[in-house]
Write a protein that binds this ligand. Structure first.
Ligand code: FAD
Ligand code: NAP
Length: 533
């Protein structure tokens, strides 16, 4: 990084979809800005997650930027749900189109950021020894970018190769003829397992908790559908922005318990056959009534039992410990069918836990497995992980880790008291991962850019939430979550996947539309709940 980058208006951490758009917006305000990105290129999630089968679970006509009419009109998506290479190509093309790369430092990780109250500036330090000073620090570090590799004993002794799904090598991995073990059956594992099974000599799937997975609806894009959609893109986007999940769908108006068993099953079957998450929208009380939810959960189990030929394997694949939809549901292409293959073995590591990684493979309490390659599809230290790993220190030496020792506390998921001029794109306490994320990202980036424009045009130096506003927001987020079934699942939404992480429901469950209205009202009332000085 050159000398002229040392005194900036804005430092943005991360060059995924959030960081790219944030850079574009602050440049439009005439501010000097630099993006610091740990990876070697743009794209964030889609730069890192190159594992076989990686694909978006939101239709690409929704999961794409809306800020540029030309971009959304000119870009053609070859498939309805894009695979990782296409999403990476899209991010790269956006970076080129808006000439963003000249303000991005790649392979540069932020390791410390400290607020200087006297100067009203942040000092940001990187793993390359850079020290940069900026008026604003904006985290676009993502919700799912801090990789979780469990602390398995003996991992350093393994003589084969091991990979985490989100650190998959660019050049790919040759699995042909190899004995492969996949640890983890969340969305990443469920996408990768069918593809790996086709390549490997034998695949062992180490499953701790079975998940609900729905058939993907991926197909080649019908040019007629795309043309028709693009003709009305602005109307579609306007509806998405005020929708619950960032993707406009007709809201169901009936309870699952108000219809007879036959009608309910017919509806589930029809929506299951359409693919994707439509079946989760079939009735209005699936997220709030355990009894209603169980009707869908049992329907999914009946599908699994119908697909998987070995009844014992089928039963072990049936999720029973959490209501359907309370963990991020998965989409798959032939996941359950994979367990009918002769070269695939399901190992239940809940009943028979992993004890250690050995030089030749993996040992559970009851057996040893010889492996050439281990794939950890073990997820992320979600939402708070990227922020806490950045080493942020606010006013009076208070670290973010100290402030959040009992769980994240934010105002609107955008800012946190005692950390002035720090903004978080899709931070904890915002809809973020419960929405189609590019829609959520655009809302946050626009709000932050407008807040900065307001502060600068009113000659303020500092913006920071009041503790009262923050406490009220945290209470509101918790109250909404407590009224749903989400609290019943040991999910990464509550930090349950990371040993020792405080159990706090992290995203805002009230819907993107309601959330946007609240953010707009806060801004419209002169940034109510923020102290400006
Ligand atoms: P990211 O894309 O995560 O980018 C953050 C960037 O910040 C990363 O490149 C990272 O290297 C960088 N960074 C972090 N910390 C530092 C640091 N200290 N210093 C420097 N750089 C740093 N969402 C959906 O809505 N639909 C989906 O179907 C979907 N599928 C997904 C599939 C996978 C495999 C994963 C992991 C996530 C998926 N998501 C999905 C969520 C996805 O993360 C978002 O949709 C979106 O890509 C997030 O963009 P972002 O820019 O906010 O964060
Ligand atoms: P994940 O959902 O957290 O799944 C991690 C898996 O690893 C779980 O099965 C977990 O088991 C297992 N695991 C973790 N630690 C383990 C241990 N010590 N021993 C044994 N098993 C262990 O992570 P992910 O699959 O990477 O997905 C994370 C999120 O990224 C998703 O929820 C989704 O939001 C996003 N994503 C989306 C897509 C998509 O379809 N578009 C694809 C991939 C990822 P337990 O359940 O028992 O903890």
């Amino acid at each position: 990084m050159s000398e002229n980058h040392r005194e900036l208006d804005v430092v943005i951490v991360g060059a995924g979809f959030a960081g790219l758009y944030m850079l574009h917006r602050v440049r439009e305000l005439g501010l000097s800005a630099r993006v610091l990105e740990a990876g070697g290129g743009v794209g964030g999630t889609w730069y890192w997650n190159r594992y076989p089968g990686a694909r978006v679970d939101v239709p690409s006509l929704f999961y794409s930027y809306s800020f540029s009419s030309e971009l959304q009109q000119e870009w053609n998506w070859p498939e309805t749900y894009s695979a990782q290479p296409e999403l990476l190509r899209y991010a790269e093309s956006v970076a080129d189109r808006f000439d963003l790369r000249r303000d991005i430092s790649f392979e540069t990780t932020v390791v410390r950021a400290a607020w200087d109250d006297g100067a009203a500036r942040w000092t940001i330090e990187t793993d390359r020894g850079d020290r940069v000073s900026a008026r604003y620090l904006i985290s676009a570090a993502g919700c799912l970018s801090a990789t979780n590799v469990p602390d398995f004993a003996g991992i350093e002794s393994f003589r084969g190769e091991w990979y985490h799904t989100s650190r998959w090598p660019k050049e790919g991995v040759d699995l042909a003829g190899k004995r492969v073990g996949v640890v983890g059956t969340g969305s990443s594992g469920i996408q990768a397992i069918p593809v790996i099974a086709e390549q490997a000599a034998h695949l062992f799937v180490f499953q701790r908790t079975p998940n609900y997975s729905f058939p993907s609806a991926t197909k080649p894009m019908d040019p007629e559908v795309e043309r028709e959609w693009k003709a009305h893109y602005d109307e579609h986007r306007a509806k998405d922005r005020v929708s619950f999940g960032g993707q406009h769908v007709e809201a169901p108006d009936r309870s699952a318990l108000d219809v007879c068993d036959e009608e309910r099953t017919r509806r589930y079957e029809a929506l299951w056959d359409q693919g994707a998450f439509g079946v989760l929208q079939s009735f209005n009380d699936l997220r709030t009534s355990l009894e209603a939810n169980e009707t869908l959960a049992e329907f999914v189990r009946s599908r699994i039992r119908a697909i998987v030929r070995d009844p014992d394997v089928a039963e072990r694949l049936c999720p029973k410990d959490h209501p359907v939809g309370t963990k991020r549901p998965c989409l798959d292409v032939g996941y359950y069918e994979t367990f009918n293959r002769d070269n695939v073995t399901l190992v239940d590591v809940r009943a028979d836990p992993i004890e250690e990684i050995t030089p030749t493979g993996l040992r559970t309490s009851l057996a040893s497995y010889d492996l050439d390659v281990i794939v950890f599809a073990t997820g992320f230290d979600a939402m708070t992980g990227p922020l806490l790993r950045m080493g942020i220190t606010g006013r009076n030496g208070l670290t973010l880790a100290e402030k959040w020792h009992a769980g994240a506390r934010t105002y609107l998921g955008l800012a946190t008291a005692e950390f002035p001029n720090l903004f978080m794109v899709t931070g904890p306490g915002s809809p973020s991962v419960l929405a189609s994320m590019i829609t959520a990202i655009e809302q946050h980036v626009d709000w932050i850019a407008e807040a900065i424009a307001y502060i600068d045009s009113h000659s303020y130096d500092v913006i920071e939430p009041t503790l009262e506003a923050e406490n009220a927001w945290v209470d509101h987020v918790n109250a909404l979550a407590d009224a749903t079934l989400f609290r019943l699942a040991n999910s990464w939404y509550v930090g349950a996947n990371i040993p020792g992480k405080p159990r706090v429901f992290l995203p805002y469950v009230g819907g993107l539309g309601a959330y946007r209205a609240r953010c707009d009202a806060v801004a419209g009332n002169g940034y109510e709940g923020f102290a400006l000085r």
